[in-house]
Design a protein around this ligand. Structure first.
Ligand code: CTP
Length: 394
């Protein structure tokens, strides 16, 4: 806990964590003790609450003992000051010293007034921490101290505890021990230094597959053209590789596929690229003639160099003759499973949070997965992937 009025809500977080069976060691900053008494936390927690670096003669270096033994450190509330000190690498009290002395995941739950939350310096500090792998559960909108309303209210204790449960769940599932490679987003092929050829893929379905694969126990590599936020509970289990063009995607995907048991090509790879102009094409020169050349078909290359037992999933975006086009693509690509989107269906395909797909799989009739969240579609796809993995390997 750091020193904000929301520190009183940390009591509820602590109580719920204890009810869920967790061992909780409370640390308060000196300022937090102005809002809540350490005694309250000591009474409810698994260990006495700690404040100072030098308070306990039995424990001369408490920050390392606490930092090393924690499975997860939750800072709730995290004030603007705490966030700044953590981002700057300061270790001037027990809480910041413990944050510096841990290799475990850290979840920050910021709480502050809207004006403070919106300060660029606060957002930049959080961006820095996120880049370093710190998880941030954003504050909610609602009533704030002093009768104000706005964004900055500590996330609901139930939400915090639910997220803690998911982070420490240790995700063991049917993909445990397997590496899954997922590609996501639409590639961008430069025309000149300013313009690109691209498509409407948002990357959401690929991200959903990466996240669900991690929850099923997989180690995940995500080769992506888009920078979407990853679900906090699995962010640390997914290696993100950012690419732009079809050629970069090909190189990173072929490289990662050699180590993967499952490959899911959810990306919308441009079929054509060009040698980009060195300088911006000028309007006065009239409509440019673009000399397009075919990109390498990554999926075909992956299928041709497939490892023993590797399961390869392709995607298809269709607008016409969906059933026959999908069947033809399934045969031509040589994949184990093809997930087909009719992108003309409202609520399906690009830029949508939901999807409706048709799944083609060797030896099975095509199946229609009715309209649902992309996470649920991901689970349907991965459940079928698990069934295709070599027996005894699951
Ligand atoms: N794909 C790929 N490399 C490419 C183009 C596509 O690996 N250069 C992959 C996509 O990631 C997807 C699958 O192939 O998994 C099908 O993509 P799609 O564009 O629907 O198929 P195409 O073969 O390009 O056929 P068309 O565009 O003519 O429908």
């Amino acid at each position: 806990m750091s020193g904000g009025i929301a520190a009183y809500k940390a009591i509820e977080v602590l109580r719920r964590l204890r009810d869920a069976g967790y061992h909780v060691a409370p640390i308060l900053t000196p300022d937090a003790t102005r809002f809540v008494g350490p005694l309250t936390f000591s009474a409810l927690a698994s260990e006495p609450a700690r404040v100072g670096l030098y308070d306990d003669p039995q424990m001369p270096i408490p920050h390392t003992a606490l930092g090393q033994s924690a499975d997860l450190i939750v800072v709730a509330p995290a004030t603007a000051h705490l966030i700044a000190r953590y981002a700057a690498g300061l270790a001037d009290d027990l809480l910041t010293a413990t944050l510096m002395a841990t290799a475990s995941p850290v979840l920050l739950c910021p709480a502050m007034h809207t004006e403070m939350w919106e300060q660029p310096v606060v957002q930049e500090n959080l961006a820095t921490l996120r880049r370093r792998g710190v998880l941030v559960l954003e504050p909610e909108r609602g009533h704030l101290a002093g009768g104000d309303d706005g964004t900055g209210r500590l996330a609901d204790p139930a939400t915090i505890v639910e997220l803690v449960e998911r982070i420490v769940a240790g995700y063991r599932g049917p993909l445990t021990g397997h590496r899954v490679l997922v590609t996501a987003g639409g590639t961008r092929e430069p025309i000149d230094p300013v313009r690109v050829l691209t498509n409407r893929s948002s990357g959401r379905q690929g991200y959903a597959i990466a996240e669900v694969a991690a929850r099923l126990g997989a180690a995940v590599t995500l080769v992506t053209t888009t920078d979407l936020p990853l679900a906090l509970d699995v962010a640390r289990r997914i290696d993100v590789v950012e690419v732009v063009t079809a050629a970069e995607m090909r190189d990173q995907t072929v490289f990662a596929a050699a180590q993967s048991d499952v490959v899911v090509m959810a990306a919308a790879v441009a079929d054509f690229t060009m040698d980009p102009a060195a300088n911006k094409l000028k309007k006065v020169d009239g409509p440019p003639h673009l000399d397009l050349v075919a990109t390498p078909d990554i999926l075909l290359e992956l299928v041709a160099s497939r490892r023993d037992g590797q399961v390869i999933v392709g995607f298809a975006a269709e607008t016409t003759d969906v059933v026959s086009n999908a069947q033809e693509k399934f045969m031509r690509k040589g994949v184990d499973l093809l997930v087909v989107n009719d992108v003309m269906t409202p609520g399906a395909g690009f830029e949508s949070r939901t999807n409706e797909v048709r799944i083609l799989m060797r030896g099975r009739d095509p199946e229609v997965i009715s309209m649902r969240a992309k996470e649920s579609v991901a689970l349907e796809v991965l459940t079928r992937v698990v069934a295709l993995l070599p027996q005894g390997d699951q």
